[in-house]
Write a protein that binds this ligand. Structure first.
Ligand SMILES: Nc1ncnc2c1ncn2[C@@H]1O[C@H](COP(=O)(O)OP(=O)(O)OP(=O)(O)O)[C@@H](O)[C@H]1O
Ligand SMILES: [Mg+2]
Length: 210
């Protein structure tokens, strides 16, 4: 069986880290080997780009287009040096965020030209795409309140609430248009959310392993 790339998407505090654990448990149960990744990041260079993007330097921050290029630089680095080699060696990959985040945040949230994003995406990633995506849907206010409970908010988390509403709207459209993505209502008790994620992955495995 070909190893698969499963990604987890959603706004801050949606429960992506929890979902990664739930997906891991399901794969372990089926004795499927896997690795975790997170984006942006997941290699030393990509992690450095993440820090540069989140923190800036000496008060200077990326412009919207520079942000887009930096995110694709980090993604390409991760795909070429970690994700593709893992998949080729038979290990599944469970990604905490991937390309749908850029389409939602930079496309929807920032309002960057969709043609620019798609041209760049096609040039660097080509046809490479996740096999299965879990999108954890949550009202931004709920997710940000959860993220706040965990500590100080970073630069992205401090964006105006409208930014997250636009991002969520874009996510919903992307999931609607993607046959490989499922929506999980993440605005429920964590036990319920985890049970629905487990069921969705089990359903996917029936299809993927068959
Ligand atoms: N369904 C839920 N109900 C209540 N709290 C939750 C739920 N899911 C996760 N949490 C809590 O909310 C916080 C954020 O969850 P988590 O870290 O999994 O989200 P995340 O999507 O990974 O966030 P980030 O985008 O910031 O990495 C954690 O403290 C977690 O325990
Ligand atoms: Mg997380």
């Amino acid at each position: 069986m070909q190893a698969k790339f499963i990604t987890i998407e959603g706004l801050e505090g949606a429960g992506k880290s929890n979902a990664q654990q739930v997906v891991s448990q399901v794969l372990q149960h089926h004795q499927i080997p896997f690795i975790h990744t997170r984006e942006p990041g997941g290699t030393p260079i990509a992690e450095a780009l993440r820090t540069l993007w989140k923190e800036g330097i000496g008060g200077e921050h990326t412009t919207d287009k520079a942000e887009l290029l930096m995110l694709y630089a980090a993604r390409t680095q991760l795909v070429e040096s970690v994700i593709q080699p893992a998949l080729e060696s038979g290990k599944w990959v469970i990604g905490d965020r991937h390309d749908m985040s850029t389409l939602a945040y930079q496309g929807g949230g920032r309002g960057l030209d969709p043609d620019l994003i798609h041209t760049l995406r096609q040039a660097v990633l080509g046809d490479f795409a996740p096999d299965f995506t879990l999108y954890l849907d949550i009202p931004p206010e709920v997710g940000l309140a959860r993220a706040k409970g965990r500590g100080a908010l970073d630069r992205i988390e401090q964006q105006h609430i409208d930014f997250f509403h636009r991002t969520r709207t874009a996510y919903l459209q992307l999931v609607e248009a993607s046959p490989n993505a499922v929506l999980i209502n993440a605005d429920q008790p964590i036990k319920q959310v985890s049970a629905e994620i487990q069921q969705a992955v089990e359903n996917y495995l029936k299809f993927a392993i068959a």
